[in-house]
Design a protein around this ligand. Structure first.
Ligand code: APR
Ligand code: PHB
Length: 389
């Protein structure tokens, strides 16, 4: 089998790239380890930057997002009983769109299916050969048989645990990592959101976040211990702890109900450099991870996809590899800024086990400054709605 671009991984990065390439007349094949149901069962953040919305439009997949997504012009930040708002619209002229990552993935699957796109699910033992030649081959197992996919380029969109990054030799690859000493326990519940905008809460008991999917579907998180298990937290214990971390007026307005999903996610900052090795290009979680504070994961994956789509389109239209050669440095320049923002926002909002009295004062000073300084609010708003591509 042969294609122009072999895409390893059928998460949002791989599917979006595949659909955008299709719009540019470039063929691709997506190889995904899991089933479609499994991929669609993963619940992740649900805040889209305008850049991603623009890519979904270019991909012809934005109708449902426009109909069902919610434009949020700002967000609330609380500490103790203090609360203030960052006005995205006033500072940047742009809102963010609240629309679940699962729905983004579903819309991309629908578009690939409608266009007759090839996605091979439940592939295993994926191996990359000849990434530094002009005709790489991907070997894999599917339906019990050994397969080979020849291509011009490989997009490694296979997430943090994929094979693509590890194909780049260790003496070429440099990895930067920070692991946070806590996790986020999240629940989904069929209850109206406590507020029409998100609330990020710093409290002496730890971080909390009030988010949503729609008018009757709420998503809430609380900072938890790394050794906590979802089954250790009853719904009642979750709601009680969440309420204790929110300002009194918000806690009083919280509508509780049974959880329909409950899970724990660890927090990590991670970047690998370079994001290109020969004809292998890394995109999204395969190359970088951010802690979820600020919802930059999917959005940063989207900017990689944008740069790679542009570079591949330029190559196939003009024969020039200028864009491809610049891919890694261009993508990384934006990745590091998203890393900085997510790290800063996480550091300001969480309780760390080894935090000193001085560190706590620094958090409060950071929050007081943000609350009272227009330039700081503007910087936060620009980062939250997404830096330009
Ligand atoms: N072979 C084929 N597919 C693989 C392999 C492999 N060896 N390893 C992993 N995969 C698949 C996974 O099953 C998954 O569906 O690659 C996909 C990667 O998807 P994600 O982990 O979702 O990563 P990405 O598409 O880059 O999405 C960006 O934004 O909000 C963040 O982390 C969140 O998933 C999100 C990300
Ligand atoms: C979510 O809705 O799941 C969400 C929103 C904002 C974040 C993280 C997660 O920063």
């Amino acid at each position: 089998m042969k294609t122009q671009v072999a895409i390893i991984g059928g998460g949002p990065s791989g599917l979006l790239l595949s659909q955008l390439l299709h719009k540019s007349g470039i063929d691709s094949v997506v190889l995904e380890r899991q089933t479609k149901d499994y991929v669609l069962g993963r619940i992740r953040a649900g805040v889209l930057e305008q850049g991603l919305v623009g890519l979904m439009e270019a991909a012809g997949c934005a109708d449902r997002l426009h109909a069902e997504g919610y434009a949020h012009d700002g967000t609330l930040i609380s500490y103790g009983d203090e609360m203030f708002r960052i006005d995205f619209k006033a500072h940047t002229g742009t809102p963010v769109i609240v629309y679940g990552q699962t729905e983004v993935t579903r819309d991309l699957y629908d578009a690939r299916d409608a266009a007759g796109g090839i996605i091979h699910h439940e592939v295993s033992d994926v191996r990359i050969e000849g990434a530094r030649t002009n005709s790489p081959v991907i070997h894999y197992q599917m339906e019990g048989a050994e397969q080979a996919l020849r291509c011009d380029f490989i997009a490694g969109c296979d997430g943090f645990h994929g094979v693509s990054r590890k194909t780049i030799p260790e003496d070429v690859r440099r990895e930067y990592e920070k692991v946070y000493p806590f996790g986020w326990l999240g629940i989904l519940s069929e209850t109206p959101p406590v507020n029409h905008e998100l609330i990020y809460a710093n409290s002496p008991r730890g971080f909390a976040l009030c988010s949503m999917r729609n008018a009757n579907l709420s998503r809430y998180y609380i900072q938890c211990r790394l050794d906590d298990r979802p089954e250790d937290w009853s719904d009642a214990a979750f709601w009680e702890e969440l309420q204790r971390r929110l300002p009194a007026e918000i806690a009083a307005a919280l509508v509780t109900g049974p959880s329909i999903e409950k899970s724990i996610a660890p927090l990590r900052s991670f970047v690998t450099e370079p994001m290109q090795w020969g004809r292998l290009f890394l995109c999204g979680d395969a190359a970088h991870i951010v802690p979820p504070t600020g919802a930059k994961g999917l959005n940063t994956a989207a900017s990689d996809v944008h740069y790679l789509w542009q570079a591949l389109t330029q190559f196939y239209q003009t024969g020039s590899d200028t864009g491809l050669d610049a891919y890694s440095s261009k993508a990384l320049a934006r990745v590091w800024k998203a890393e900085r923002f997510s790290w800063w926002f996480s550091t300001m909002m969480h309780r760390f086990p080894d935090q000193t009295a001085f560190d706590l004062k620094m958090q409060i000073a950071d929050l007081d400054f943000l609350r009272s300084n227009t330039a700081a609010q503007r910087a936060m708003a620009e980062n939250y709605v997404g830096l330009p591509y």
